[in-house]
Design a protein around this ligand. Structure first.
Ligand code: ADP
Ligand code: MG
Length: 385
């Protein structure tokens, strides 16, 4: 789960990590007022769920409150396109106005979950501010990594090794050790998947400060933090993904035209693979889960049909826990409700499969039954061909 930079900075601040003074604004008048309060010379930062804003014109220095207001007018409502947003970009609805800090040097610092070791991994580089992926590719020796043992936690000597590798010495080095230990504490307590400070800066006055912040909460731990759902900015999410979330469905939009409804993530992956094999292009990945109910299936079906790119639907359900006749009822209910005339191919197996097929045949929908996964995939590709 993503949050905005200003929210991430608030959290970092609460763990003792120095952040610039700032105010969030929802209108250009608020931008002006915030700039006035901060003394006029400040940085206006568009808040979207993506990085790379600086280069895209979403982070700018201004010298007067009026200039801040003008920039606010320009940014609000605009879709900001960065290398991380995709071509449609993301709409700017909130702006962070921050004091302009005199920066002496920029670093990269993050902690993220490394799935291969199932541990947190600390990543740091003296080449901050720019795209870290590029540094990693061109000069990997400039990236310092440390896997953190969950039993011992992050030890001060390890943090010091990183701070020294960044070229810091004296009090700055010790400040950085404290900052890194606080960052790790934040990661653990807030159940983060990623905490990233890029850039972490040394100011001309000689202080460390987090100039940008990105926090990604681990979705599996959101239930432990009741305040997290309220932190979401729905304007940054895909509408269909929001709906899917309400019904606890895993839905991811893809680029093709075949809507897919499958139970179980493994089966969903296999379904996409087989569709591709036969020349089809999936429009989405939708997993209704193992114990899908009729209502869930109906909602999933409606979500798929709301996607205008979808020209046909492929349902691949293994009715191990779920009865096939119940699935069939869900599909028929949803398809009738939204007057679906699109071609549908259903491949079902498991309990009450014959009853399920019979219901579908008698439904009057434009539906074919696939004998197996391959046959089903071929049928939907052919129906759209
Ligand atoms: P993004 O990573 O999305 O481009 P950042 O928040 O990192 O956005 O901002 C881009 C650059 O702007 C930073 O690398 C930093 O050099 C500069 N910057 C950001 N905030 C401030 C600030 N408050 N004062 C001075 N410079 C800033
Ligand atoms: Mg940044």
């Amino acid at each position: 789960m993503n949050i905005h930079e200003y929210q991430a900075k608030e959290i970092l601040g609460s763990f003792g990590i120095p952040i610039p003074r700032g105010r969030v604004a929802l209108t250009s008048d608020q931008v002006e007022r915030a700039a006035k309060e901060l003394g006029g010379h400040c940085v206006v930062k568009a808040q979207i769920y993506a990085g790379g804003r600086g280069k895209a014109g979403g982070v700018k220095v201004v010298h007067h409150p009026e200039q801040a207001q003008e920039l606010g007018k320009e940014l609000f409502g605009r879709r900001l396109v960065t290398p991380q947003t995709g071509p449609e970009g993301l709409k700017v609805r909130r702006i962070l106005v921050e004091e302009a800090v005199d920066i002496a040097s920029e670093f990269y610092l993050s902690i993220t979950l490394d799935r291969s070791t199932s541990r947190y991994c600390l990543i740091a580089s003296a080449e901050g501010g720019v795209e870290i992926e590029e540094v990693a590719q061109k000069s990997p020796e400039k990236i310092h990594m440390l896997t953190i043992d969950p039993f011992t936690g992050l030890r001060p000597y390890q943090a010091r090794k990183i701070a020294l590798a960044l070229g810091l010495s004296g009090t700055l080095c010790e400040d950085c050790v404290t900052l890194i230990l606080n960052l790790y504490r934040c990661c653990l307590e807030k159940d983060c998947f990623l905490v990233e400070i890029n850039p972490l800066v040394v100011t001309r006055a000689g202080w460390l400060m987090a100039m940008d912040a990105k926090i990604n909460f681990d979705d599996n731990a959101v239930y432990r933090h009741h305040e997290y759902p309220d932190m979401l900015d729905y304007s940054q999410l895909d509408n269909l993904e929001i709906n899917a979330g309400k019904y606890d469905l895993s839905y991811i939009k893809l680029k093709g035209n075949i809507g897919c409804m499958v139970n179980g993530a493994g089966l969903a992956m296999a379904t996409l693979d087989v569709l591709k094999e036969f020349g089809g292009e999936p429009a989405n990945f939708l997993d209704v889960g193992g114990g899908a109910t009729r209502e869930k299936v109906a909602e999933a079906f409606k979500i798929i049909l709301q996607d205008e790119d979808v020209k046909g639907v492929f349902v691949n359900i293994f009715g191990g826990i779920m009865r096939c006749d119940v699935i069939a009822q869900g599909i028929i209910e949803a398809a009738c409700e939204v007057h679906c005339a699109l071609p549908i191919v259903v491949r079902m197996d498991g309990s009450k499969v014959e009853e399920g097929k019979k219901l579908l045949f008698e439904s009057g929908l434009n539906v074919q039954i696939g004998e197996n996964l391959g046959d089903g995939a071929q049928r939907i590709v052919k129906m759209l061909g």
